[in-house]
Ligand binder design. Structure first.
Ligand code: NIG
Ligand code: FE
Length: 412
């Protein structure tokens, strides 16, 4: 059982020590941070975790929960040859859209470069789709994600780019997640070509007013070809003034000032972080802003992968997310992201698992998910493998056996 909560040394549960130790057989720091328990059990009641510990102690614990909230409804024990991890927290997705861009991907694989301009073709297809079509598509992606162990999904708007269409997208997103992000500033829509500042006026005015009630977050694509740092600051500050938390897309295609802006504004997360200066890394390390890395993007755009090792060594908090979208990263699979992050971004399997669970929770400023701990939501994944290491060791293999979302089990 991987709790993400280091257990107390010597507590008799076989858990890993929380502190690094010089002794030869002590777990490495990154593994210790996971809080691994062997032969463990979890008790679930009313969608929450009410007890975690050694399987041998479970009967006493069951009567001892003493919450008065009704019977214990489920019990997860490590069956032989399997392991249980927290549900993945996918803190960055764009899964409300129409159409697809497989032709663009095919052209890219024969040498064409990715550009933000492709977003506009998805905007056209999204505007044409009915609410029912968009709902069905998004539900399909969510089912795909759940089957791969993802139990929390953040969803961004950004393929509407008009007052009416952005409002529709945040409203539809709010039907399926509490983590809704308003991304009206994804690119400048065709109707505003050459008038980017007029579009920013619309975003900070009527669009934010209409969308903010449906959203928890505001985001901007701060990049050449999308929005400048000044425009981004204006939009993010206006969102923050309406009570939205800040997230930023930055340094995906080239170095820029987006990371510094995110840190300056106290953003919960700055996402992509592919091209970072030493100052960016130092700023992230000295801040509460999570660096969210999106391995599917570099996979699908043939760009160099972001250097997770550099961020971790500097002391920054790193999350992994899918960025599931039809242009730059059409994967919904967190296990895939974990595998690529380990293979190509300098992460250990333990760091990658943490980043895809507790890291994603940190990027959403949540403490009730991404961990197996008393009081947390009962969002768990049982793997058909005796260790989380297999997520990276056996890439592309469907290892998810059962997923619990709010205590409700789905067998895959
Ligand atoms: O996060 N970078 C900006 N937005 C998306 C890509 C969207 C698209 O190409 O459709 C991203 O990669
Ligand atoms: Fe994105």
């Amino acid at each position: 059982l991987v709790t993400n909560v280091p257990s107390t040394p010597g507590d008799g549960t076989g858990g890993a020590s929380a502190s690094a130790s010089a002794s030869a057989d002590a777990p490495r720091q990154d593994v210790a941070r996971l809080g691994i328990l062997h032969d463990a059990a979890v008790l679930i009641e009313d969608g929450l975790i009410v007890w975690v510990g050694a399987a041998g102690d479970v009967s006493g614990a069951g009567q001892g929960t003493d919450s008065g909230a009704g019977p214990v409804i489920d019990l997860v024990t490590d069956a032989q040859g399997s392991s249980v991890i927290p549900g993945f927290v996918d803190s960055h997705s764009h899964i409300i859209f129409g159409g697809d861009r497989s032709a663009e991907f095919e052209a890219r694989m024969s040498g064409q470069k990715y550009s933000a301009g492709g977003i506009r073709s998805t905007v056209a297809a999204t505007r044409e789709a009915s609410d029912e079509e968009l709902r069905a598509r998004t539900r399909g992606f969510l089912a795909e994600m759940l089957a791969q162990g993802t139990t929390t999904v953040e969803i961004k708007s950004g393929y509407g780019l008009s007052l009416e269409s952005e409002t529709r997208l945040v409203r539809l997103a709010a039907e399926v997640t509490s983590e809704v992000t308003f991304l009206g500033a994804h690119v400048v829509p065709t109707e505003f070509a050459g008038r980017a500042d007029d579009y920013v006026d619309l975003v900070v005015g009527d669009m934010l007013t209409a969308c903010a009630p449906h959203a928890r977050w505001v985001d901007v694509f701060c990049e050449t070809g999308a929005f400048t740092v000044e425009q981004s600051r204006r939009i993010l500050s206006a969102g923050a003034a309406l009570g939205l938390g800040v997230r930023v897309h930055a340094s995906q295609l080239a170095p820029g000032e987006g990371v510094a802006l995110a840190v300056e504004l106290g953003a919960a997360s700055v996402d992509h972080c592919t091209f970072l200066s030493d100052d960016d890394v130092a700023a992230l390390a000295g801040s509460n802003t999570v660096a969210t890395l999106l391995p599917g993007v570099e996979f699908s755009t043939r760009q160099p992968y972001p250097n997770a090792r550099r961020l971790l060594d500097a002391g920054a908090t790193v999350a992994l997310a899918s960025d599931c979208n039809p242009g730059s990263s059409f994967t919904s699979s967190m296990p895939f992201c974990v595998a690529v992050a380990v293979r190509d971004m300098g992460m250990t399997p333990a760091e990658a698992l943490w980043a895809a669970t507790a890291g994603g929770a940190a990027a959403l400023r949540r403490t009730d998910i991404g961990v197996i701990a008393v009081g947390a939501r009962a969002d768990l994944v049982q793997l058909k493998a005796d260790s989380y290491v297999h997520l990276a060791y056996r890439p592309g293999v469907p290892l998810v056996h059962t997923v619990w979302k709010d205590g409700v089990a789905t067998s895959v």
